[in-house]
Design a protein around this ligand. Sequence first.
Ligand SMILES: [Zn+2]
Length: 145
Amino acid sequence: MQPTVDYIQSRFDEYNTRYFGGSLPPVPIKLSHARTFLGKVTFVRHRTWLFGAVRNEKFVLRINTRFDLPEELIEDTILHEMIHYFIAVNQLRDTSAHGKLFRSEMKRINAEGNRHITISYRLSTISQLMEASQNPAAPKAGGVE
Ligand SMILES: [Zn+2]
């Protein structure tokens, strides 16, 4: 399927309530046609002049619609990006882009929701998944590394 903004918004609202206690502020959602990512959270790191503190702002949640992907993979991609958003919007520190904090949130949500969120999807994986989605006997989307 190729998700619409309304679809992504309804998933965002559902997952926000279910996995983040409704704590995530609303975020603009944009559809992307990029070849290089399935989802992305972009924001501006704003350095306040007073104490040199950094505040993240102008968040946008981008979800790819170039590929016709299995719904479960789209849902897991939205969740993956929501973890990035959770960390960035709360100005939390992590050890790397997908560091300890990211991984512990990913594990928590995978366990609570029986999801299959992973750290990254390479484009070769995407094409495998696209083939798999047309073959009901193939492994489930999201279970592939
Ligand atoms: Zn990521």
